[in-house]
Structure formats: structure tokens, C-alpha cells
Design a protein around this ligand. Structure first.
Ligand SMILES: Cc1ncc(COP(=O)(O)O)c(C=O)c1O
Length: 374
């Protein structure tokens, strides 16, 4: 059997009529950039997120740096985030001219360790960017407490966790803004690139709307800005898919539970940790090789047996070429957990349209792998 890593085409076929109808509406409207479909999706996304505003932008990376720039953050400022994330989190900081200050993650959740943040704060620190990695919220109440003590902004990198929640908090409730990616691989993904900022903050709403469209408040008038807009065709796709995201995430939760039940007792790898009471939406189901030196051979074993296993992310930010990019980044403290995560992570196929047979085949093959590598 072959098990793919993504199910985009299956998902398209499941709701083809809804997606096609929205695309058709956009095509017939003659308005393709910041048109009615864009406005409709922004309203739907704000309602879904429980925030006053949603601002559609070109991609998730832009969503982060546009929110930062709207707050006036840039050269000379420092922003704290975790070292084990997709490169774009640090890249977005670097684009603003600020310095990315990287700290370690929690060994269990893989999200930023709040206990590591305080040591990284300097008079230049302006913001914390917690990443809700793999679909699970960071410990936002602890992060908010530190931010309030030091008067720091919080921008949540929510590229991987739309519709996730904590036990006592929702995404967006304890921060200044939330940056989301809708690239096709994400839980809510369009057929290409796009992203959004959701926020209750007037300054971010106003600033990001101007910055995303050439700094233009009115025709022919421009202040400083860029071009990073959410096209209406993508807005139409996303509007159709947003109606299904909660049930799709529920299905991911069920597949994750099936993996976790089926893989109990493995000797050669650890299973992912889900914080009790949190809604983890399983963007990725990541097991960790107990012996990192065996990880690549374990991935090869799965791939040779038809399973499209991957690694997220096998090179931590501080190990990327050119680090620290002039003064663009620095690290604070040991990054032991981030290093371990990079060296040991193995992502198993995870998408709502998997079948029970496919999930069971992955489980059976992982057990064979366990026997071979324990
Ligand atoms: C954690 C994280 N942050 C930011 C991004 C950037 O999003 P995009 O690729 O839409 O720019 C991604 C995904 O690609 C991501 O996984």
C-alpha cells in the first residue's frame, strides 16, 4: 500500500461543487483583487476567530511581518521566538530589520518554553512570537504574564493551528494579533499561497491594511507600503473550506488518537505529547526517534514501505546557512530540546481524508520499523 503525506486532491473532490461555485462567482464578478469575495472571507474569518478584524494578505510569512511593522517594530528591536519552527518565523522578523532572539522549546509540547523567555528579555525586546507548532497551542497564559510584566507585544504564529484552543483560552484572546498561513499544506489551505492576520487591535488593522496595498488609503495616494494581498479566487476557495475546518480538524483528532493507541509501547521512538484540556488540531503527527542517529534510516524504512514520511524540521533555525545573518538573530541559552527535536523528528501522514486502512497500515509499518530499530 502507498500512503501519501497530503490529501489535497481528495479534499477538493469531496467539496468540489462548493469550491467550483465560489471560483465561478469570482470569475463572473470581474473583481479579482480586494473585491467582494475577499471582503466576505475576511468577515467570515473574523467571525470564526472571534476577533474584530481579519486582514487577508499574500502568505503567512507576510502576515507576521506586516503585523510587526504595523506596530512600528523594526531595526534596533528584538523579538523572541523558539528555535524549532519553520524558517519563515525567523525570516519574517529579519524582514522587519529586527533581531530574532531564539530560545529553547518545551521538551514535551515543542512550543516555546515560557521559562526560557525571561532570560532573553533586554531593553530592546519588543515582542514575543509563540509558534503553535504542529497544531498545538503554546502556553499562552504564561507567555501573556511575562509580556505584561515587561510591556511586550505578542504576535501568535498560527500557521499550523487554526481552530486549535487552550484549556482556558482561545487563540487571539491573549495576544495583539494572530498570523495565519493558508498555503495548501495547512489545515485550512488554498490552491497556492495566501495568509491572514486576525486581531482586535485597531493599530494593526489599520496599519496592515495600508501596508499590504502600497500604503494607499485612497486612489493615487501612497505612503510606505508593499503589495501583499489575498486574491479573490483564493478567498473563494478559503470561504468554501472554512465551513468544514472544524469537522476536518475533528477527523485529524480521531486519526491522531488511532495512531497513539496503535503505537503504544514502541521502544525505538516517542509519541507526540498533547497538553491535557487543549484542542490539538494535529497539523502534523510527529514521533521522535529515541536514538537520533537512527532517524534517517527509520524515515527510509517508512518510505521504502510506501509511506511518505517527512521531517519537520530537521534543521533548527540557528543551524541554517548564514546564521546569524549579520545581526539578524542570536540565541539565548542552550537549545537542547530544539536540537533534539530537529535530530529525531519523523512526521507520519496526517490529513482528514486518510482512510482507516491507511492509518492502520502506517501503524503496522511503524511497528515493523520499531522491531527493526529498537
Ligand atoms: C510555523 C510557520 N510559520 C510561518 C509559515 C509561513 O507561511 P507561508 O508559507 O504562507 O508564508 C509557515 C508555513 O509555511 C509555518 O509553518
Amino acid at each position: 500500500m502507498k500512503v501519501a503525506f497530503y490529501g489535497h486532491v481528495r479534499q477538493y473532490h469531496n467539496i468540489k461543487a462548493e469550491i467550483d461555485a465560489n471560483i465561478q462567482r469570482v470569475l463572473e464578478s470581474g473583481e479579482y483583487v480586494q473585491g467582494p469575495m475577499n471582503k466576505q472571507f475576511e468577515q467570515e474569518l473574523a467571525a470564526f476567530s472571534g476577533t474584530k478584524y481579519a486582514i487577508g494578505v499574500g502568505n503567512g510569512t507576510d502576515a507576521i511581518w506586516l503585523a510587526l511593522m504595523a506596530l512600528g517594530i523594526g531595526q534596533g528591536d528584538e523579538i523572541i521566538t523558539n528555535a524549532n519552527t519553520f524558517f519563515a518565523t525567523a525570516e519574517a522578523i529579519w524582514i522587519t530589520g529586527a533581531t530574532a532572539v531564539l530560545v529553547d522549546c518545551d521538551p514535551k509540547t515543542k512550543c516555546i518554553d515560557p521559562a526560557k523567555i525571561a532570560a532573553a528579555i533586554t531593553p530592546k525586546t519588543k515582542c514575543i512570537i509563540p509558534v503553535h507548532l504542529y497544531g498545538q497551542c503554546a502556553d499562552m497564559p504564561a507567555i501573556k504574564k511575562i509580556a505584561d510584566q515587561h510591556q511586550l507585544f505578542i504576535i501568535e504564529d498560527n500557521a499550523q493551528a487554526i481552530d486549535a484552543a487552550g484549556d482556558t483560552f482561545k487563540i487571539g484572546e491573549l495576544s495583539d494579533a494572530v498570523a495565519t498561513s493558508f498555503i495548501i499544506q495547512k489545515n485550512l489551505g488554498t490552491f497556492g499561497d495566501s495568509g491572514a492576520i486576525v486581531t482586535n487591535n485597531e493599530q494593526i488593522n489599520k496599519g496592515a491594511r495600508l501596508l499590504r496595498s502600497h500604503g494607499s488609503p485612497a486612489r493615487n495616494v501612497h505612503s510606505f507600503g508593499f503589495n501583499s494581498r489575498l486574491d479573490d479566487i483564493h478567498a473563494g476557495v478559503l470561504s468554501a473550506k472554512l465551513k468544514h475546518i472544524h469537522e476536518w480538524n475533528n477527523q485529524r483528532i480521531q486519526w491522531a488518537a488511532r495512531y497513539t493507541a496503535g503505537l503504544q509501547g514502541a521502544k525505538s521512538f516517542d509519541l507526540p505529547y498533547a497538553t491535557p484540556g487543549y484542542r490539538h488540531v494535529w497539523h502534523l503527527y510527529v514521533i521522535e526517534a529515541k536514538t537520533p542517529a537512527k532517524r534517517d534510516a527509520m524515515v527510509d524504512f517508512l518510505v521504502k514501505n510506501g509511506i511518505d514520511a517527512k521531517t519537520h524540521y530537521s534543521i533548527a533555525i540557528h543551524r541554517q546557512p548564514g546564521f546569524p545573518w549579520g545581526k539578524g538573530a542570536r540565541i539565548v541559552g542552550a537549545l537542547t530540546n530544539a536540537e533534539h527535536n530537529a535530530a529525531s523528528c519523523i512526521s507520519l501522514p496526517m490529513f482528514p481524508e486518510l482512510t482507516a486502512e491507511e492509518v492502520d497500515y502506517v501503524i503496522a509499518t511503524c511497528k515493523e520499523m520499531d522491531a527493526a530499530f529498537a
